[in-house]
Design a protein around this ligand. Structure first.
Ligand SMILES: *Cc1c(COP(=O)(O)O)cnc(C)c1O
Length: 425
């Protein structure tokens, strides 16, 4: 599926999409159908037995969604991909084949707020747990891994501060422990960061953000590198032992590097039903066609604005990893060589009140709980997304009372700076 010889700009426009075989339509049609007519009883039986790949029912497979899956696999350099209804669905879908009651993951403390809640609260209902560690402390990551640890989880470019994780080092720790490294690549996108090249086994995305790019639909995706040996340790029986619901089929034996992808569709989507609809897949495919162009502008604007804020005397600190003064700057040149994204936080000297006032005065920046839109967005985590946390916990999450999170859009940087300037005064 992946075509590594082509450049990113070509892949983002072409991968996974041929002219429609029925009509010649150049753009991928929105296959707005629930089911597909079988050629005959034999054909139906082969599809249901996974002896032949084809379309049965849109909870599992749909041609518009398949085009997006193939394009995502190509962009990330993976063997295959499964799309689903949201980024949070992608996280559950990624872990579902790996986990069982009593099992845990070792996760970074620097994660999207909603992910922290999913991992601490909802995991418990499944009998899963997460151990949170500072992922810049590699000894602590190693020490947290025990015999029930099934995966290591982090964000390449972490929400909300834009801190960059050392995926090479974390990938090596995962490899030595015989477990997969799962990387949420939402804030970086495959244009800025290729986790698979740095040791990731699985890459998850909220396609809601930069991939769709304009705040229209929610979606998620899991890309599998296809390189992990699911059978080696016996730790991953869903992928390496007979599956009762498919007459004892062994996914790893049967599908090799596509084992995780086939399991995600044939078991994950079949039974969890977190399906992406074809209309949403269409919007996301449209967005991806211009991903590199948008990301270049997002990064260029973020650099200018972070620089300006950094030199302003109403500002205490700016966390942008693309500032040469950032402790993550050297790591950026290795992990995200095309730039540190467009998501970062700014600490205001005026504290909580000044943050709330600034948000209310901003005109171009929209006050929303989202990121990765063409429009610039702002949120004050302490009074919104991180409101439920105790003050010490807010500070630990990089969301103290004096912190604003900015998601820089693709408008004119001068207009954005002007807006920030008037709102700060
Ligand atoms: C938004 C986001 C998610 C959750 O994605 P949804 O599409 O909102 O479910 C997960 N991880 C990161 C880094 C995000 O920004």
């Amino acid at each position: 599926m992946s075509d590594k010889k082509q450049g990113f700009d070509t892949i983002q426009v072409h991968a996974g999409t041929e002219p429609d075989p029925a009509t010649g339509a150049r753009q991928v049609p929105i296959y707005q159908t629930t089911a597909y007519v079988f050629k005959d009883a034999d054909h139906a039986a082969r599809l249901f037995n996974l002896e032949e790949v084809g379309y049965i029912y849109s909870r599992l497979t749909n041609p518009t969604v398949a085009a997006l899956q193939n394009r995502m696999a190509a962009l990330e350099g993976g063997a295959g991909a499964v799309c689903c209804s949201s980024g949070h669905a992608a996280q559950i879908m990624a872990l579902f084949p790996l986990m069982a009651p009593g099992k845990n993951i070792v996760a970074s403390t620097r994660l999207y707020g909603g992910t922290l809640t999913q991992f601490t609260q909802t995991f418990k209902r499944f009998g899963w747990s997460a151990k949170f560690v500072d992922f810049d402390d590699f000894d602590a990551v190693r020490a947290a891994i025990d015999e029930n640890t099934q995966a290591i989880f982090c964000e390449s470019l972490a929400n909300p501060t834009g801190a960059i994780m050392d995926l090479d080092a974390l990938g090596e720790i995962a490899r030595k422990a015989g477990i997969p490294l799962i990387v949420d690549n939402t804030s970086a996108t495959p244009y800025l960061c290729n986790p698979i090249n740095h040791g990731a086994t699985l890459v998850v995305h909220s396609t809601t953000k930069y991939l769709t790019g304009n705040g229209t639909v929610t979606g998620g995706c899991i890309v599998d590198s296809g390189t992990f040996d699911w059978s080696a340790s016996g730790k991953f029986p869903s992928l390496s032992e007979p599956e009762p619901a498919y007459h004892g089929l062994d996914f790893h034996d049967t599908f090799g590097p596509l084992a995780f992808t086939f399991h995600g569709i044939a078991v994950g989507l079949r039974d969890l039903g977190m399906t992406l609809n074809p209309q949403a897949a269409h919007y996301t495919l449209m967005g991806i066609e211009t991903l590199s162009l948008r990301m270049q502008k997002h990064v260029q604007n973020a650099r200018e604005i972070a620089n300006w804020l950094n030199g302003d005397d109403r500002v205490e600190a700016v966390t942008y990893s693309g500032l040469p003064s950032s402790s993550y700057y050297d790591r950026m040149t290795r992990i995200c060589p095309r730039g540190a994204g467009a998501l970062f936080t700014v600490a205001l000297k005026g504290g909580y009140d000044s943050c709330v006032e600034t948000v209310s005065k901003l005109k171009l920046f929209s006050h929303v709980a989202n990121l990765g839109d063409t429009r610039s967005l702002v949120i004050h985590p302490a009074s919104t997304t991180h409101r439920q946390l105790a003050p010490e916990e807010q500070v630990k999450a990089g969301a103290g009372p004096n912190i604003l999170r900015l998601s820089i859009g693709i408008e004119d940087a001068n207009d954005l700076i002007g807006d920030l300037d008037q709102a700060l005064s």
